[in-house]
Design a protein around this ligand. Structure first.
Ligand code: FMN
Length: 371
């Protein structure tokens, strides 16, 4: 019998725990419906806002690839492996009026698939806070199953938007509370990884009534400078601003954030994002305690919505559960949460077995020839 990979997350039933995250794969109704046809259990829309959006001139996203000898570049070259995505794309450039009927249409066509509306407004005035409620009411009236509050977009100059809200515990609480006041569906908060202690911001979100925390958005970063031209590999008129790193490079960093979160709140709901392209990656987040996971970069590079990625994620999870005799995700969710401890709790070797720790790749041998 095929194992049951469906999950219930914040009270919603997902046919599988794999979602497309808020990003280009989910920027239109046609993409989202293609994604559901391909098998994704849920989709988070590209973030919807109230202000007009104009993106930078030129490309919004590029991909960093490395050769075997370690040359890292955005230039397309043979025999390279993906390192990361780099983007400075803003939220959806389509207005709420465009999105509202699309949400209704998608839900009508796919009533059993979960459609999460990612929304974003400011927090600097009552009017801005009302925008959150306008967005929330419109999306839920059209049938959105949940909200993901974008408290993490790294490209906002405004001090009261995106990751700038996510860095301010009070604002995180206020915005969550404002949306909760009108929400009839679960409210997830997508936090920025770019703070000292993400547990603090998660705590603020839960105080505001959040039903789940989502992490990570992209990490702040710059494109590399081309050694020949001395230009940033991505620039407009020679200029660049801090953008977001996603893909394989951020998997370990994002796991570290998630581990902090699930340890601090073992009974709360978490959706993990960052560097997932196959089930082994997703499993990391699940073993730390996540109930769903989300994918962006890998899906962008697989026919824009990830048909092969989702097929492999589903098959990978089924095979894993079958092999281990697990009946549901609950049988293994959080199994390794407790294995991340403070450094002083890691065992040290006894006296003569101690070689100064020089017994691994990257260290010189000592005078005895030993590592
Ligand atoms: C081009 C691009 C656009 C994105 N736009 C959004 C967005 O509108 N809202 C949002 O919450 N996250 C956005 N993200 C972040 C992704 O949803 C995701 O959190 C991040 O890319 C890490 O996942 P990955 O390693 O699978 O790419 C975007 C990412 C990329 C690459």
């Amino acid at each position: 019998m095929t194992p049951d990979i469906s999950v219930t997350f914040t009270g919603l039933k997902f046919t599988n725990p794999f979602l497309l995250s808020s990003a280009p794969p989910t920027e239109s109704d046609t993409n989202i419906m293609r994604a559901f046809d391909a098998g994704w259990g849920g989709v988070v829309t590209k973030t919807i806002g109230m202000h007009p959006v104009t993106n930078v001139a030129g490309p919004k996203t590029k991909f960093l690839r490395t050769t075997l000898d370690g040359r890292l570049s955005m230039q397309k070259r043979p025999d390279t492996a993906l390192h990361s995505s780099w983007n400075w794309e803003l939220i959806s450039d389509k207005p709420l009026d465009w999105w509202a009927p699309k949400i209704a249409g998608i839900k009508k066509a796919y009533p059993d698939r979960m459609l999460v509306a990612s929304i974003m407004a400011g927090s600097g005035s009552d009017k801005e806070l009302e925008h959150w409620q306008t967005l929330a009411k419109a999306c839920q009236d059209e049938g959105a199953d949940a909200f993901e509050l974008n408290l993490s977009c790294p490209h906002m100059d405004r001090k009261d938007m995106g990751s700038n809200i996510g860095k301010d515990q009070e604002q995180v609480s206020i915005v969550t509370e404002v949306v909760k006041a009108v929400a009839r569906v679960p409210v997830w908060c997508k936090l920025t990884p770019s703070t000292t202690d993400i547990v603090e911001e998660a705590s603020a979100a839960f105080r505001g009534g959040a039903d789940a925390i989502v992490s990570s958005n992209t990490f702040p970063s710059l494109p590399l400078i081309d050694p020949e031209t001395l230009d940033f590999e991505m620039n407009v008129d020679g200029l660049v601003s801090s953008g977001g790193l996603g893909g394989p490079a951020i998997l370990p960093q994002s796991l570290a954030k998630m581990s902090q979160l699930t340890q601090a709140f073992p009974d709360k709901a978490f959706s993990g994002i960052g560097g997932i392209s196959e089930f082994a990656h997703a499993l990391n987040y699940m073993l730390l305690g996540c109930g769903t996971v989300q994918v962006c970069t890998a899906a962008m590079l697989d026919r824009a919505i990830g048909p092969t990625v989702i097929k492999n994620l589903i098959e990978g999870m089924q095979q894993f559960m079958e092999k281990r005799g697990y009946a549901s995700l609950e049988d293994f969710r959080g199994l390794r949460r407790g294995n991340v401890v403070v450094h002083s709790k890691i065992r040290r070797p006894d006296g003569k077995e101690y070689h100064g720790g020089h017994d691994a790749e990257g260290y010189a041998t000592d005078q005895t020839g030993r590592h």
